[in-house]
Structures are given as structure tokens and as C-alpha cells.
Write a protein that binds this ligand. Sequence first.
Ligand code: UDP
Length: 234
Amino acid sequence: MEKAKRVLLKLSGEALAGPAGKGFDEATVKAVARQVKPSAEEGVEIGVVIGGGNFWRGRSSNAIDRPKADQIGMLATVMNCIYVSEIFRSEGMDTEIFTPFACGTMTKLFSKDAANQCFREGKVVFFAGGTGHPYFSTDTGIVLRAIEMEADIILLAKAVDGVYDSDPRTNPDAKKYDTVSIGEVIEKKLAVVDLTASIMCMENHMPMAVFGLGEKDSIRKAMKGDITGTVVTV
Ligand code: UDP
């Protein structure tokens, strides 16, 4: 694949947690930062979206109102972005965090113009807080921001190393796709991003690439257009 000029990278919340499964694992996040840095230095414009599953999901509780539970989830993604942004800074990158709602002095309120200005300044831009609305996910959040910011591609660094025709963790005969169309992803309900996000990708022609976060140098390679997993075409 051609090297992209502007990419949006998705990290799941669990990806930050490392072996513990909860909270932050510094070594894991530093390893991600070291993979991102060379591309940032080469001038690739990099946006980052992080999930919240290492702390909380809206569907974690049936006891409280879903919109409130989702607010906690969105704030979890803000905490994740503050942490990862600081680790990126400790590795020598310049960063900015945007949220779709005001977080006082902790983040900047998202606007396309302000985010574009940060890209021009060579910053890695974090899009925290998802869409800012309940009943959505950071999958939808990243697709929305990728479309709005006119990214070339969405890079999904996952626990599984690509898109399979069935779950490779339970089916040893599962077959990995090198490329698959977004139409097929939707039709066969393949595990890439959730359905809302998939439909938005299809309608707005936003390609994605899925690869294993755990594979050596996978993020660095993906930023250069070398996809070891699956490319989702539109
Ligand atoms: N969330 C939300 N709106 C958004 C993005 C996230 O309400 O636009 C909440 C939702 O509760 C979700 C949680 O934040 O469960 C964490 O986001 P993530 O995408 O990691 O959730 P998942 O898809 O794993 O539930």
C-alpha cells in the first residue's frame, strides 16, 4: 500500500493495560510510543483514538442509567489519552488532546481547524472522549474524526492480527483475509469495528487496516503502508 500522509491510529483500552488487563502498563505504552515516533518525525500526520475498556464500558453496569454509564466510559477514554499523551511526550514527541466536550484546562475543545493547526505544527493529535454522545463507541469516534479530518486511512492495532472469517481464538481453521471489502465486513458481521462505524466507513469511503499490536514493529510498518494484517477496502 502507498504510504499515507495522514493516519488515525486506534488503540483499544485493553491494549494499554498489558498483561494486567486493567489500568496502564507503562512498558506497553512506551513500546507503542517508540513505534510511532519515527513516522511522526518523518512528517506523517498522526491522530490517535483510544478506547476505555481498561477502566469501564457503558454496558459494564445494569444498575445505572446508560447515558451516565457512557459518560464514565467517555471520561475513561480522556484519562487514557492524557496518560498516553504524556508517555509520548516523555519519548520526545509533541502532542495535543482534543475532546468534543469541555474538560477545563485538561484538554482542548475539538474543532477541525484547531486540529489541523496542530498537525501543521507536527504534533501527534489525540481525539479523546469519543463522539461526546452516549450509545456510541470509540470505533464510531475514530471513523467520525477520520472522515472529518480527511485522513487517508484508519489503522486498527488489535489483539488479533487481522480480520478472519471466524474467531481464530476459538476456531483453529479460521482463515485470515489479506484484503476484504467493507461490504463483506458488514454482510458477514466480521470483527473489525462495530456496525455503526462500519456503515459510516462504507458511506464515506474510509479505508481501514487491521494488524496485531503485539507483532514486532507492526505500527511502524503500518504507518509506512506495510500492512501485515488485513486491509479493508471501500
Ligand atoms: N463511549 C460513549 N460514546 C462514544 C465513545 C465511547 O458513550 O462516542 C463510552 C461507552 O460507554 C463505551 C466506553 O465509552 O463503552 C468506552 O469506549 P470503547 O469504544 O472502548 O467501548 P467498547 O466499544 O469497548 O464498549
